[in-house]
Design a protein. Structure first.
Length: 687
């Protein structure tokens, strides 16, 4: 009707106050941003406050090295629409926002990705990730590791672009089609799964401010056989000694007594040296060629103890090169090897420590190798002690002025570089013998371990000599890298066997040390690692063209990684998710790759096998045959069969008897094969 109605309400003062509070609350709800956005602002403010505090305290080191930058955009208002132009996102593999172009008052943050650590930076300042703590919702124990690790994976492995802004996080992928998605799901994603941390870690506890994780029992069905053989031989050495025939003269060691004469001795030595140069020297050139020429007396070769001990070792090591030598196959090689071993011992009289020389040192080394092959461990232990004692005397006398502790303090002696490098190489190999014997020798060593370590640090790692060939120099560098790996400290992961928990810091340090060692290996000797290879690439390794040096070093690297994570594996039949599943995945992938590399070695390089590493791989495969996942179980069964076949056709072949007679040439190999076969029968594994 055109009239306006007005309603009047008579409210008491209390009603007026209540109504005004309701109106104010409604207005605040309409204008307030979402609680999630406010929480993000609080987190950013707290982080900026911590960065400012660290900057004021002078705790911000200067970044260096290559970096991958991840932008954090600053917007003017929390409720402004995001107007960033996405048209320039072309899926590039890096983010191009150099820190030099960012003003000091900007809020752009970068993550610099380096080999050993991540550095979180603002402008030209950098802050170690470990120093910055962020609080997410109700989980205050969290750091930028979770963000930086995942972001690093996206940028480095996939070439994706990641941008952090106040309105959220943008990830621009390179997936443009369904085929790209399938390729990502089947290859790229699987490649980086092992490198992704599991958060939160189950089974992790805190003790005295340190995060601890519980260790699990290591399954060692195959690896334990190696220790079992050594310990059994040490306890029952009187039984093993029956493998060595009674001592006889060299003249009576052939099937025809008239066979022996000076010419035939020369032929024997020449054939053995030919095998040695084609086999051991080609891979592990311990004795420099000039030293070998000096020690060989061609008129009477076996008058030198070095030649006797070297020939005895080559004949004992029943490698394919020796088996293919027609002349050596016609000899009663076992008897000749044992007799030459005794002859070398006699030629080194009791006065060898009065004036020790390189010849006596080499003889002790090869005699120790011969005793190990015969499972005469007490004798090998004794010879090992003599070698270390002689080395100490030679360093104080003959080589004084050549070690790091005496360099510059004493005049450099007139010793050739070839002799000095030969001495160093033998001394480092003696350390590996020490490690093998330590599994079975119960009494304390005559020389403390810390003294030996200090001694090895003093002489330094082996280096190539100028007159050595390119192939020999390459093998020396690889050998030196393997020796360097023995210096990696494993802290309490392996040494503290009585503790059922280990600090997460110890695990991280061990992984960092191993990766740093492999990164120090020359690039031409490094192969792709388990976390960078696709399944198809791993499958191709068994037939790839690679030299044995690169394969040896790669096997060593993955063996060390397995040794860390085997202590944290979940129960083989466990179906519950666990932080240990990451360790399981790492061990499985390392073992799968290692088997492929052993298959590659078996094609061409069958003379030198790291049997303890092969057995460690078998332990991982056998454990995975009990998995609840049928795919894992099938792959493990296939890999276990392949690994055992490699052992049968290469290493165990050394323990077979030659058709011409002469019996077993390597008692250690034969005993080990017998133990493994018995274990396989008990486990119900067809071999």
């Amino acid at each position: 009707m055109g009239k306006k109605c007005v309603y009047l309400r008579n409210l008491t003062p209390d009603d007026l106050e209540y109504e005004q509070s309701v109106i104010n609350a409604h207005d605040e709800d309409d204008l307030s941003p979402p609680e999630e956005l406010l929480e993000m602002y609080r987190q950013l403010a707290a982080m900026e406050k911590e960065i400012a505090a660290l900057r004021d305290a002078g705790l911000l080191p200067t970044p260096n090295g290559d970096k991958v930058e991840i932008k954090l955009e600053r917007e003017t208002s929390p409720i402004d629409n995001d107007t960033t132009d996405d048209t320039d996102w072309t899926g590039s593999t890096s983010i191009t926002s150099p820190s030099s172009t960012v003003s000091s008052d900007s809020n752009e943050l970068s993550v610099h990705i380096k080999d050993d650590a991540n550095v979180f930076t603002t402008s030209e300042l950098s802050v170690p990730v470990k120093l910055i703590t962020m609080s997410f919702s109700k989980h205050p124990v969290s750091t930028l590791d979770a963000v930086s690790d995942s972001t690093k994976t996206l940028v480095q492995h996939f070439g994706w672009k990641v941008t952090f802004s106040r309105s959220g996080i943008r990830i621009h992928t390179t997936i443009r089609s369904f085929q790209d998605l399938l390729q990502f799901a089947t290859t790229s994603l699987r490649t980086v799964l092992a490198s992704e941390p599991t958060h939160p870690l189950s089974g992790v506890t805190g003790r005295e401010g340190t995060m601890m994780i519980t260790k699990t029992k290591v399954m060692s069905n195959f690896g334990s056989q190696l220790v079992k053989v050594l310990r059994s031989a040490y306890r029952d050495e009187h039984r093993t000694n029956t493998m060595i025939p009674p001592r006889t003269s060299f003249n009576s060691l052939t099937s025809d007594a008239t066979f022996y004469n000076a010419n035939m001795t020369k032929i024997l030595v020449e054939n053995v040296l030919e095998v040695y140069l084609a086999c051991t020297y080609s891979t592990f050139p311990i004795i420099h060629h000039s030293i070998a020429r000096q020690l060989v007396n061609h008129r009477d070769p076996i008058s030198n103890p070095v030649v006797c001990s070297l020939v005895a070792c080559v004949l004992r090591w029943n490698c394919p090169h020796a088996l293919r030598n027609h002349f050596l196959n016609q000899m009663r090689s076992q008897s000749i090897a044992d007799s030459l071993y005794e002859r070398a011992r006699d030629l080194m009289n009791d006065t060898m420590f009065d004036e020790p020389d390189i010849a006596s040192f080499i003889t002790l080394f090869y005699n120790s190798q011969h005793a190990m092959a015969n499972l005469q461990l007490k004798k090998a232990w004794h010879l090992r002690g003599l070698a270390f004692s002689m080395a100490n005397v030679m360093i104080q006398t003959r080589y004084r002025g050549m070690t790091s502790s005496t360099l510059g303090q004493q005049p450099v002696p007139s010793v050739t570089a070839a002799e000095w490098e030969t001495f160093k190489r033998i001394q480092w190999v003696n350390l590996t013998i020490e490690g093998g014997l330590a599994h079975c020798i119960l009494h304390e060593a005559s020389i403390p371990q810390d003294v030996i370590r200090q001694h090895l640090d003093d002489i330094g790692l082996p280096q190539p000599v100028a007159d050595e060939t390119d192939h020999t120099r390459r093998s020396v560098v690889a050998m030196s890298s393997l020796f360097h790996c023995t210096k990696i400290p494993f802290t309490q992961i392996h040494t503290d066997s009585d503790s059922d928990q280990i600090a997460l810091r110890e695990i991280a340090e061990a992984e960092t040390n191993i990766r740093a060692w492999y990164h120090s290996v020359p690039e031409e000797l490094r192969l792709p690692t388990y976390d960078t290879l696709t399944p198809d690439e791993v499958a191709g390794i068994s037939t790839a063209s690679s030299d044995q040096f690169s394969i040896y070093l790669s096997i060593q690297y993955h063996y060390m990684i397995i040794r860390i994570h085997e202590h944290f594996l979940p129960d083989a039949t466990s179906t519950e998710p666990s932080a240990s599943l990451r360790s399981q995945l790492i061990c499985m992938r390392c073992a799968h790759l290692t088997t492929a590399m052993f298959k590659n070695l078996a094609r061409t390089f069958t003379c030198h096998f790291y049997v303890h590493m092969l057995f460690k791989t078998c332990d991982v495969h056998y454990r995975n045959t009990k998995s609840q996942d049928p795919a894992i179980r099938k792959e493990a069964e296939r890999d276990l069969a392949s690994s055992l076949n490699v052992a049968r056709t290469t290493f165990f072949y050394r323990g077979k008897e030659r058709e011409s007679g002469g019996g077993n040439l390597l008692g250690f190999v034969k005993s080990l094969e017998e133990n493994v076969n018995q274990m396989l029968e008990e486990l119900g594994i067809k071999y």
